[in-house]
Design a protein around this ligand. Structure first.
Ligand SMILES: NC(=O)c1ccc[n+]([C@@H]2O[C@H](COP(=O)([O-])OP(=O)(O)OC[C@H]3O[C@@H](n4cnc5c(N)ncnc54)[C@H](O)[C@@H]3O)[C@@H](O)[C@H]2O)c1
Ligand SMILES: O=C(O)C(=O)C[C@@H](O)[C@H](O)[C@H](O)COP(=O)(O)O
Ligand SMILES: [Zn+2]
Length: 360
């Protein structure tokens, strides 16, 4: 097992445990639980696979469950309410613990529920998708979607620990594995060019679920994420680089209806779009853009946006991005392959012209 640390101020640092068979090691979990009441939040797909293991590990606790329907379209305030209903119905007190057992949707919702319930109860992330193990379970961004914008209601709220058991990825389907690779590739593009090179050589192994390759990709991704979050927990600077591809990606997710495109797929398309904008600014050349498109395609990810949406719809949705300031759309671009910019104001005419090239 590998143990990494997310280093934060005020004693809020926490470990990320990465390895095989971790769900069968109850002490990893129990050493972070302070009192008897534990609520496990999961969904209808994951619970039948892994809930019993956790319940066995927590044999001495009062374990209750909140099982949500599966899908990005349920990452809403309405379904968050189901978690609060259960916490209240079972009379959970302030020293109780919420465990999020699932992918990014469950992690974001569970974390937000924990942040809100009685103004904050302890929270543990047990990520079960590649995307959640390499990105969403680390760093404390929690929240839900709104019909008009992705992750628009939420809080920064850090977990007590993250337990990433690589074995659970065995049951993940290939499309979800590829979606996770989009965020893995992101680290290479924004700050870790050596990792990008490694990925270019090893994506076939990752797609074939080679255990060593996956373990390495998860660890190196978490190292990158932990470093960025440790430097800028609340996104006043460098953390915004983790949003590469997300301004456009979130517009695709919201505009096409949550759940149609997976988050990682939308991020892959959004990153290729950001690469195109970076080329127009003279920061990348044609070969750089091709290299970026190639790496996503090698990971079996889409690279062009849905044409059912219009330029106007895209611009409208990008106008509600959290990085925007004073009504100006701001995006993360690439100054080079392996080096992200901080948020850049985009010229509206150039944005529209670029979008017209894709969607007419
Ligand atoms: N908080 C953050 O920093 C952050 C970072 C990236 C993404 N996100 C959010 O995460 C969400 C995407 O997360 P995701 O890609 O994990 O999607 P997801 O949570 O919807 O999970 C994907 C699918 O895989 C299933 N699943 C999960 N684990 C499984 C397993 N082990 N075996 C079989 N099936 C399994 C789920 O039930 C679901 O159907 C988005 O809402 C995105 O906004 C948040
Ligand atoms: O941790 C971060 O910071 C990220 O931006 C990670 C992203 O991969 C993630 O999708 C995040 O939820 C997007 O954040 P948002 O602030 O744009 O909603
Ligand atoms: Zn993301």
């Amino acid at each position: 097992m590998k143990e990494l640390q997310v280093a934060l101020n005020n004693d809020r640092s926490y470990p990320i445990y990465i390895g095989a068979g971790l769900l069968a090691q109850p002490e990893l979990l129990t050493k972070h639980i302070r009192a008897k009441q534990v609520l496990i939040v999961s969904n209808e797909t994951i619970a039948p696979l892994y809930l019993a293991k956790l319940q066995i590990a927590l044999g001495d606790y009062q374990v209750e469950t909140a099982i949500l329907p599966d899908g990005e379209q349920y990452k809403t305030l309405q379904y968050l309410e189901k978690v609060f209903d259960q916490l209240l119905a079972k009379k959970f007190s302030r020293n109780s613990t919420l465990i999020a057992l699932g992918g990014g949707v469950i992690g974001d919702m569970g974390g937000f529920a924990a942040a809100c319930y009685q103004r904050g109860i302890a929270f543990i992330q047990i990520p079960t998708t590649l995307l959640a193990q390499v990105d969403s379970s680390v760093g404390g961004k929690t929240g839900v979607n709104h019909p008009l914008g992705k992750n628009m209601i939420g809080a920064f709220y850090q977990p007590q620990c993250v337990i990433a058991d690589a074995d659970v990825l065995d049951t993940l389907d290939d499309r979800q594995l590829s979606a996770g690779l989009a965020e893995v590739i992101k680290y290479g593009l924004i700050r870790d060019p050596d990792f990008l090179q490694w990925l270019e050589a090893n994506i076939p192994k990752l797609l074939a679920r080679d255990k060593d390759a996956l373990a390495y990709a998860i660890e190196r991704s978490c190292i990158n994420k932990a470093e960025v979050v440790g430097e800028d927990e609340f996104e006043s600077g460098v953390r915004a680089t983790l949003n590469l591809g997300h301004t456009f990606g979130h517009a695709i997710e919201t505009g096409s209806g949550y759940g149609h495109y997976l988050h990682g797929e939308a991020v892959a398309i959004g990153t290729c779009f950001a690469a195109d904008l970076s080329r127009r600014l003279g920061w990348l050349n044609d070969a750089d853009v091709k290299r970026i498109i190639d790496v996503f395609q090698a990971a079996k990810l889409p690279v062009t946006p849905p044409t059912e949406m219009t330029t106007e719809q895209y611009v409208d949705l990008m106008a509600v991005d959290k990085k925007n300031v004073d009504g100006k759309i701001r995006v993360i671009l690439l100054e080079a392959v392996g080096k992200a910019s901080l948020p850049v104001n985009v010229d509206l005419a150039q944005l529209q012209a670029t979008l017209n090239g894709y969607v007419g």
